[in-house]
Design a protein around this ligand. Structure first.
Ligand code: NAP
Length: 647
């Protein structure tokens, strides 16, 4: 029996605030009442819409039945795992489309039901595992995901992080209004669901708090060396180990490990334009990703440079406090309305998430389905449209819809519409989720300067037309050096550096993770792993860390000391990648975007669906790598010692 003291009426009131589609699925799962599903399935919305389409009477009936079930002790079982056919049936209702067999495993993972979600030894823990150590650079969400697998297997590892806390990008991005713009119930680990997010799209402090909780829950803190910068890593052929040069407040030293994992992220090195006269400016300058909490914008004249996802959150959040805001935009941006963006979850819905486990699972799945590939149909090139300078029919329709939305949002400032509506197709850059961006320009204290920031002087900032804005504070929301991947580390393989292999901004890897010539090195959020059509970076981190942990586990079990992705595996992957990317919107040579490098090659985004990428990572194993057994390592070390002695 359920021991919850709430009576049926109180439970029902809570359930009435929940998402009826997820509640219906939970109820049908729990009761097996297919007649109920038949009666109401017509009202289950397409997950992309995030809409509540159940008529009031249906909502009340479903909430009433679920309340009765709850006070009667229901919702306790793990029914979805027990009956695969039933899981498929309910999954198809959740997705509102047929679901292929291989998708069901991913659905189970997202719902926390997959048995092999954590990588583990295939037999007993091998004795030689004590001879291996892994160094991870970065205690952000990717580093944490990887560390969890290693911790569970008892593989020695250390995370080095230059900051004094965990969280990476979610630690340092503290600018006003910083929040996630992916649904929080999907912007979190599938194996560690959080049911009490206060908002559908949570503010930065809550995401950071969540990451801290995960680190505590999995006992990772003791493995993290904070305030420690990894400066370089060099692979030593004789020992087959990485010599990792680190610096902390005690000084510099070399740490050694068999495996070296970069989890430094792609959006971590701020990009600030090097403007002439910058050093003469008498006011304050800050980058959005290096916000100084001591900054008080109240009553200040502020220039905000840029109109990406960061500026979109900063601007509307400071406009009420500043005396004047000058917004400098080099190129316009599409803005879309996102359902539930900026909304708190009602208390009853949080209660339902916390108390009815099957509901929380279906809600999580529907959140994933709402996000993944939401933009993909509009991002695939249709040759007939491309010949006419467009993307496809859906993209054209979206363009009209977004233009109309922006027109409405601008109110009496219709004169700004030509300056704010892009001449490139939506999806070419990461679209802004409406945060009051266009509405902001209706304010009397806001001025749009639709041109590039070009110079600064003692009193302010100038655009490339020579227009001058007198300001006290300049906020550069000008993004990151994405294409110069892993740029903060100097990585030296046996035959040369990663920089030599990639050049300044032309990174490539197998699955974005492994590079030939760089044994025992793995990269998280590497080349072509950003999702340009809707998804979650937590999903990517899970897929990649599963892959990395699998290869490390297999290497240890086989007692090999060197794993290096096979050249033909890497080449085939990159050929397929290029071919797939050529059909995507970012291949069009229009507009500026951090998705491409200086030569126009797409280096940030992946062309795959999240499902495809997860499948690829899941089926990758040691056979994709060349390996060197331990014995020959020992022989090689002896040889090199002998050679030294002979000299
Ligand atoms: P961004 O998307 O690269 O935007 C940088 C902006 O600065 C662009 O509008 C760029 O113009 C502009 N810019 C650069 N130099 C300029 C100059 N000299 N004068 C005027 N404008 C200039 O960077 P971001 O906004 O920091 O976002 C980066 C990524 O971080 C996002 O795409 C997203 O993946 C992530 N992010 C996520 C969230 C979230 O979840 N809510 C929030 C923030 C960031 P052009 O367009 O012409 O290049």
């Amino acid at each position: 029996m359920n021991t919850n003291p709430l009576d049926r009426g109180a439970v029902e009131q809570n359930l009435l605030q929940a998402d009826t589609a997820a509640l219906l699925l939970a109820l049908v799962e729990d009761t097996g009442d297919d007649a109920l599903l038949e009666e109401y399935r017509q009202y289950i919305s397409n997950p992309f819409t995030l809409s509540e389409d159940f008529p009031e009477g249906a909502r009340q009936r479903i909430a009433g039945l679920a309340a009765e079930r709850f006070v009667g002790g229901g919702f306790q079982g793990e029914l979805v795992t027990a009956a695969p056919e039933r899981f498929r049936r309910l999954s198809e209702e959740a997705a509102q489309r047929p679901v292929a067999e291989h998708e069901l495993d991913l659905f189970r993972k997202e719902m926390g039901l997959l048995e092999d979600a954590f990588i583990d030894w295939t037999g007993d823990r091998p004795v030689q595992s004590d001879q291996y150590r892994v160094i991870i650079v970065g205690a952000g969400l990717s580093g944490i995901a990887t560390a969890i697998h290693l911790k569970r297997m008892g593989i020695a590892f250390t995370i080095f992080d230059r900051y004094d806390g965990v969280g990476g990008t979610w630690l340092v991005n503290t600018y006003p209004g910083c929040a996630v713009d992916i649904l929080s119930h999907y912007f979190s680990y599938s194996f560690h669901r959080k049911n009490d997010w206060t908002s559908y799209y949570s503010p930065q402090p809550e995401v950071l708090q969540y990451l801290r909780e995960v680190v505590a829950e999995f006992g990772l803190e003791e493995h993290i060396r904070f305030g420690t910068t990894v400066k370089s890593a060099k692979f030593d052929e004789a020992t087959q180990r990485w010599m990792v040069h680190v610096e902390d407040k005690e000084g510099e030293r070399t740490e050694e490990s068999e495996f070296f994992v970069s989890a430094v992220g792609a959006l971590s090195a701020p990009s600030i334009p090097d403007l002439p006269g910058m050093d003469r400016f008498q006011g304050q300058i800050v980058h959005s990703a290096a916000w100084d909490p001591a900054i008080d914008v109240t009553g200040k004249r502020v220039a905000l440079v840029g109109n990406g996802a960061s500026a979109n959150q900063v601007g509307p959040n400071i406009v009420d406090h500043v005396e004047h805001l000058t917004v400098m935009t080099r190129s316009p941006q599409w803005v879309t309305k996102a359902p539930k963006y900026g909304q708190h979850l009602p208390a009853g819905e949080i209660w339902t998430l916390e108390n009815i486990e099957p509901y929380a699972r279906w809600f999580r799945l529907r959140s994933m389905l709402a996000m993944n590939e939401a933009m993909r149909p509009n991002a695939i090139l249709d040759p007939e449209y491309v010949a006419r300078g467009m993307v496809n029919a859906g993209n054209e329709a979206l363009k009209k819809q977004l233009t109309e939305f922006m027109r409405q949002e601008l109110g009496h400032r219709q004169d700004l519409l030509p300056l704010l509506v892009p001449n490139f197709p939506p999806g070419m850059k990461r679209m802004l989720r409406d945060n009051g961006w266009c509405r902001m320009f209706q304010r009397e204290n806001v001025e749009l300067v639709a041109s590039r920031a070009a110079a600064m002087d003692e009193t302010g900032i100038l655009d490339d037309q020579g227009n001058h804005a007198d300001v006290d504070l300049v906020i550069f929301a000008t993004g990151f050096k994405v294409a110069r991947m892993v740029g903060s580390l100097s990585i030296e393989g046996p035959n040369g550096s990663l920089r030599d292999a990639w050049g300044e901004d032309d990174p490539r890897a197998y699955l974005g993770i492994s590079v030939p010539g760089f044994p025992n090195l793995f990269i998280l959020y590497g080349p072509n792993t950003n999702i340009g059509v809707g998804g979650s970076i937590f999903f990517q981190a899970e897929a990649q860390s599963q892959h990395i942990a699998t290869v490390i586990r297999d290497a240890i079990q086989a007692d090999v000391t060197r794993v290096e992705v096979r050249e033909e595996v890497y080449s085939q992957y990159n050929d397929d990648l290029d071919a797939a990317l050529s059909h995507m919107i970012w291949a069009l040579p229009t507009g500026t975007t951090w998705y491409r490098n200086s030569k126009g090659r797409v280096v940030a985004n992946m062309p795959w669906t999240s499902q495809d990428y997860w499948d690829m990572n899941r089926t990758t194993d040691l056979s994709h790598y060349n390996t060197t057994p331990r014995r020959s390592t020992r022989a090689r070390a002896e040889d090199s010692q002998k050679a030294l002695a002979d000299v």
